[in-house]
Design a protein around this ligand. Sequence first.
Ligand code: F6P
Length: 357
Amino acid sequence: MKRIGMLTSGGDCQALNAAMRGVVKSLIFSGEQIEIYGFLNGYQGLIYGNYRMLDVSDFSGILTRGGTILGSSRTPFKLIHEPDANGLDKVEAMKHSYYKLNLDCLVILGGNGTHKTANLLREEGLNVVTLPKTIDNDLWGTDMTFGFQSAVDIATNAIDCIHTTADSHGRVFIVEVMGHKVGYLTLNAGMAGGADIILIPEIPYDIKKIVQAIDERKKRGSKFTIIAVAEGAISKEDAKLSKKEYKKKMENYPYPSVSYEVAAEILKKTGQEVRVTVPGHTQRGGSPCPYDRVFASRLGAEAGKLILKGEYGFMVGYRNREVVKVPLEDVAGKLKKIQPDSSIIKEAKMLGISFGD
Ligand code: F6P
């Protein structure tokens, strides 16, 4: 008999349900008796002992359902050691929930912040297995996170839709793509959608180069230009600022996001009409794509295997096309970023895509 606590934390994404279903199915089909305690709304459920006992039927019919049946929330790691409003020690409270229910382990699905707390719980002596979710694909230790491919599909679709209207009107269009501080989503959706210019945080841009790329397209007879801008894209000048200076600049920032700044600069320098589209949270919503359904199910099944073997303290990840277990202490606190000299960037440049550098 295994008593398993499960939670989904941080921003949601597609295939969280598929992954949890994978864990539970693999355990059931192994013949192991299990009890599943689903903590509601991420670490909040673990802190405040808010859980629901789940049975097999809860995991039926959820392979294709987006979101998470457990709910999610953000519990910032930097505040984890600070008592809550009523003076509750959050770390002790999480341990209390675990021991009170006599759990064998916790299965935690999350991204970067979630993994820091998961690793802390491991250090505190709890048995933890994690699964890598995020549309950002920025989790260290795994080549791929689930949610990413589904979000690429949605962001690509947004760029595809913009293409036809951009062509009709001969405008410059910006599509702002999520991804927090990394550019995987923008790079992949940008390339898949045929964007002419792609701006990602890992390659700070020079507005003059962007204008130059637009002008060159015009000279070649193109009526329009599509720019995929990562929400975390940054100019060369801003990249040189210290953290403090950058924070100060952002205090008086007149734009809703970087895309609007780029749009204003292009208008100022070229007089051309620019339109900004922000698909926002649609990128995290809806049904997981087939790739993510398969991928998350596989990772879930492998997490079930680790639980059966009693191997704890690992994230189930994916490297060089193999499902692997990665020690949590190696994952926590590290960000996976695009290397500006990686082959995908070189290939994109060979295709004529400008990164504004
Ligand atoms: O980490 C996933 C993500 O969607 C990022 O791409 C984005 O920056 C952030 O979450 C948005 O967070 P929230 O849903 O809390 O606004």
